[in-house]
Design a protein around this ligand. Sequence first.
Ligand code: DX5
Ligand code: ZN
Length: 217
Amino acid sequence: MNPLIAPSVLAADFANLQKEVEMINGSAADYIHVDIMDGVFVPNISMGLPVVEAIKRYATKPLDVHLMIVNPDHYLAAFQRAGAAQITVHSEACPHLHRTIQSIKELGCKAGVAVNPHTPVSLLEDIIREVDLVILMSVNPGFGGQKFIDNTYKKVHRLTKLIVETGSHAKIEIDGGVSMENAKKLFDAGANILVAGNFVFSSKNPQETIKKLKNIV
Ligand code: DX5
Ligand code: ZN
């Protein structure tokens, strides 16, 4: 098993974004997680394309772009051009999810689907072989620094089973409330990638925290 870590820049100091990205570059992190919120799909607005471009200018790790927006199809090409290596859309925002996933792949990006805490993993049955990544939301999307929802462990088990049964190559990413308290249990349950925002950026030594999360198993 290769535990992967994706620090979320939502928790970074936006006034010093270059410095924050360089901190991630110099760390053991595997991705930079970029949260895009539109104030419609989620009750918050975060950052848009110019900020993603600015991050990309300095980033040496792949950008893991998490779109919490309605009508993501309208913006896929723009996020690819801005530097996304993987693009994840929400199942709840995509009435034609299969088409959206194909569009992401045609752009040359890895394609992910995210599910909210209330959305059952079984909904992914007929798409799981098409996706490179599933983000299981372990908080309701919209804000950093929220409390981890314990039901996520069950979902990791169910999703791992579905992936094995279908022969899918999808990775499982957990997003929200990740800390040292749940990281090991999540990796043990079958998670491949952990997103960590506040836990990393509000720690005294973020690079050390990233290393500890990565080496927890
Ligand atoms: C929540 C975002 C998360 C968030 C995680 O809507 O999708 O990626 O940045 O932040 P923490 O780790 O602080 O819960
Ligand atoms: Zn996210």
